[in-house]
Design a binder for this molecule. Sequence first.
Ligand code: ISE
Length: 337
Amino acid sequence: MTDEQLRVAVVGAGIMGTDHIERLATRTKGAMVAAIVEPDGSRAAAASALAPDAAVHARIEEALDAGGVDAVLIATPGPFHKAVLLPALEAGLAVLCEKPLAPTVEEALEVLEAEQRLPAPRIQVGFMRRFDAEYAALESLVRSGDAGELLLLHCAHRNPSVADTYTESMTITDSVVHELDVVPWLAGAGIGAIEVRAGRRNRASRFADPQLVLLELENGVLADVEISVNAGFGYQVTTEAVFERGVAEIGRAAGPIRAQDGRVGVAEHRSYTTRFAAAYDTEVQRWVDAARRGGIDGPSAWDGYRVAVASAAGVEAQRTGRRVEVAPQQAPAFYRP
Ligand code: ISE
């Protein structure tokens, strides 16, 4: 690593990869985009316009062989994560891996085993909601005990629409995966069981949508998650937390209240890239700062593994209509603070 800058290879130049390239090139301090790894020529060209000095490669191995890289930001689809994570770990590089860590429990375990051959954790997983200011304030409220113990969480996760390649199980593995991370983080307890229900179907959908996911936490907190991926009107992620002595709500649309043409209203987001823009900025900055010190500052590969276990249970619950228990997980010493 140079004295000043963490030289980052961004792998995958789709929506999130391009968003991160722009972020690293314009807003993140102490880092630069040294390489872009993207096999699709037109995506690579569009991304390289945002970071003209970055080398462009089709494969991670080429970028690693070329040298000049201190860290890897992985933004490919989940099924390709392991193929990038293993060589990046082998090279001892810092990693920020977009969610999910891996698409299966087996692959997540393989990644954990590879990381544990290093002296300390090097993988941070991109569960950006933990860096959102309102989520962080809610987590502090839970920890403070000011409103009493947390009892319930009502979560809504609404996407305006999804691509044709999005399948029903992705409601769990690609979308609710965020709640599988952030709900235990807020509640301070692991997930003990999951149930998934579907009722009347939105006629805009190819599969059951919306769905309700019920998470039972090991400390008795219950969380219900509405996942809608054909909500049409916009992108919305809200949480209402019920405590012994009060209720707190986060995620409501904010900004100028505009009155015009007989209506009064606030603009809503249409994409996670704007809804969580500030959270991504904080996440990436904290990862860069920690990577320069040789560590991580956010969800670890162990968190990613726990989510993979819960996700597998969620997909089974969705497929069978049954309540599926999740075995308690004990973090290896390597991942304990
Ligand atoms: C997408 O991949 C994300 O990570 C978004 O945060 C989530 O809201 C969306 O449903 C996913 O498809």
